[in-house]
Design a binder for this molecule. Sequence first.
Ligand SMILES: CCCCCCCCCCCCCCCCCCCC(=O)SCCNC(=O)CCNC(=O)[C@H](O)C(C)(C)COP(=O)(O)OP(=O)(O)OC[C@H]1O[C@@H](n2cnc3c(N)ncnc32)[C@H](O)[C@@H]1OP(=O)(O)O
Ligand SMILES: NC(=O)C1=CN([C@@H]2O[C@H](COP(=O)(O)OP(=O)(O)OC[C@H]3O[C@@H](n4cnc5c(N)ncnc54)[C@H](OP(=O)(O)O)[C@@H]3O)[C@@H](O)[C@H]2O)C=CC1
Length: 710
Amino acid sequence: MLYIYRASHRQENRPRKRRVRDRALQEHGKQLSCRGRAGAGCLMPSGSFWCSPRGVEGINPELKLCLHLRETSSEQPEHCGAPPEDTPRTLELENNLLLSLASVWQSFYLLRTQTGRQAVTGERGVIPAARAQGRLVGGGRESAATHSFFDSRQRERSLPHQHMSTEPSLERDLDGLGKQATDGHTRLTDISGGTEGGSMASIPEYYASKNVLITGATGFMGKVLVEKLLRACPEVKALYLLVRPKAGQSMEERVSDMMTCKLFDRVREDNPDFHQKIIPISSELTQPGLAISPEDVETLSACINVVFHCAATIRFDEPLKHALQLNVIATQQLLGLAKQMHHLEAFVHISTAYANCNRKHIDEVIYPPPVEPKKLIDSLEWMDDSIVRDITPRLIGDRPNTYTYTKALAECVVQQEQDKLNIAIIRPSIVGASWQEPVPGWIDNFNGPSGVFIAAGKGILRTMRANNDAVADLIPVDMVINLTLAAGWYTAVHRPKSALVYNCTTGGINPFHWGQIEHHVMSSFKRNPLEQAFRRPNANITSNYLMNQYWILVSHKFPALIYDFVLRLSGQKPQMMRIFNRLHKAIGLLEYFSSQDWEWNSENMSMLMSQLTPEDRRTFNFDVRQLNWPEYIENYCIGTKKYVLNEDMSDIPAARQHLRKLRNIRYTFNTVLVVFIWRVFIARSQMARNIWRRRQPWPLAVSRMQHLRL
Ligand SMILES: CCCCCCCCCCCCCCCCCCCC(=O)SCCNC(=O)CCNC(=O)[C@H](O)C(C)(C)COP(=O)(O)OP(=O)(O)OC[C@H]1O[C@@H](n2cnc3c(N)ncnc32)[C@H](O)[C@@H]1OP(=O)(O)O
Ligand SMILES: NC(=O)C1=CN([C@@H]2O[C@H](COP(=O)(O)OP(=O)(O)OC[C@H]3O[C@@H](n4cnc5c(N)ncnc54)[C@H](OP(=O)(O)O)[C@@H]3O)[C@@H](O)[C@H]2O)C=CC1
């Protein structure tokens, strides 16, 4: 027996909604938590609560999915009793229809899926494991029935039509599940029962014996993904990595080099033979057919269960044609390959939170693309590179670069396949060094803020345009990867009808600002200095353009000129001005992101967390509330020193000594300057002497005495 009630925006319906819920509470002593505004839902025999974005009868199309009732009681009811008196007849009827449909799905599920069969037979796997974790109570079959309702609901695509057509009206009513709500936002609650912890395979159980395809595995995030999968899901069958030969190295050499990197130390300790699970596949993503050999296509089509698409060009200055080729066309081709995969359960696409940075508020929806991707691809194909370069600013419009523009188009091409594939789109904001795993502060590149931190730590960068009070939406790479793996699991298990978008951001939950980052970066590099710093780290951010230009002149260009002059005098090649020019170019490309605020809705991230078992929540932690920013920034700065610059921590005393030397040089330089000014201007002018006598600050009085002694 289950209760169904329909909620409505209309004020007069709210008391009835509340009565139904209160009745459920009274009868079963349950504590139900309720979020949101209006909605429609049913209390399942398991005690979980299901609600649809459109209302059970589908009569109120404006209804958004707003209700999320979650059982918080550990006690499971034997049954749920009769429907409340005030439940209308139509809804009682729907109770029965829903139940029959649930049982059709359940039987189908039990017969068709291995998980289901295991659930009935009690084989090793999902159910026993779930029971062991205290997530299931009662007999295996009954429990399977209750937990499989939503699982099987999501498998409806694979159901023969006659199964669905037994209850046509109900089919229509339930259509809302897994589709986007009228605000376009497909929330996790749209497709799940909302049972805390869920009653399905845990993440490592799911990935056990799966074949996973990863693009961009040699990149920053790809590496962390490979490492975490191998470490946290040791039963994974194989990881197929699409890699291209590069810089004179074959793809095999590149992959074996990658596996010797420090990042894999922990995996190596746990399983010295981990490399056996890694299968490199030669692929150049910008080539037709991704340049994968026919044999490899066959292998991948036959065995891959999950795809993680991380590869992209993330350069902000990439020519549009190339960015389009890699970020859009290659994604299209990969989707084509994915459609040939017979056992594909989830396709996870890594996008960016800034794909829609032309908006201030960004929901977890796929916005209409700036241009129809196919049209753009067709037009650019015949265009000369110089013409494309000329029209690029007009094309990208209010986006700052070709990167964010092509990532937005990529989301659109991914969305076009949502009817054929189970898709998740992850949108991380600014991905920084790792928070905890495999080691705190792991980072291996100069992208995003890392280059800025390093340049500031070396004492080269002294000023930058950024808004002190704007939120710095940094997110640690390990949290992004944990969420990505969890989203892969969720997508495969629930098979949502439309692509689920996860804004993987921190600002809305645990905000930290650029001004605070500046403070912590500077103090961290003073405690743990980088080797051979150019000057003592002392950088400031300002949102004022003119002020920034002034400081660039005084703190960057003037010292660079002096330094290059000294180099020239000593017969060496001047280099400082060249370094500053490159730095200014890089900083100029980043300033767009550090000078503004965005607001991301990250509801699906929070909802996904609520679907994990307590154990998975610990292993695949992406709870950004737990981030302690000062500690994170300290580890980040140390990480740039250890892992990007390969500096030894034992050299810190020498680096501190070097900073002291730089400080003494600065004091000496300042003193010489004061003395020089004194001798040249003040000592020669009576008026200056008069002014001088009237206001003698203490430090200058000292140098005056020194002068007298001279
Ligand atoms: C005043 C200091 C206070 C400190 C606190 C305040 C901090 C404010 C920080 C603000 C940061 C804002 C960051 C926003 C990022 C938005 C992110 C959007 C999220 C994403 O989705 S994508 C990931 C972000 N992508 C990038 O960051 C790529 C940006 N990079 C580029 O586009 C190009 O690399 C660039 C900058 C145009 C340079 O191109 P080029 O001149 O051709 O140089 P190379 O790329 O070939 O590199 C040559 C060489 O230099 C190293 N390098 C690259 N960038 C830097 C850098 N910033 N600093 C130092 N060194 C850098 C690079 O590794 C190469 O080294 P090799 O040894 O390999 O030759
Ligand atoms: N880093 C960040 O701050 C953020 C990143 N993202 C997204 O995350 C994903 C990963 O980013 P990240 O790891 O930082 O990027 P990296 O630049 O570190 O990695 C890019 C990966 O793509 C591969 N690749 C690039 N071109 C080709 C090609 N033609 N053929 C085959 N492989 C290719 C690279 O391989 P190779 O080693 O051969 O060059 C590399 O493995 C991207 O989709 C990016 O948009 C989103 C938000 C923020």
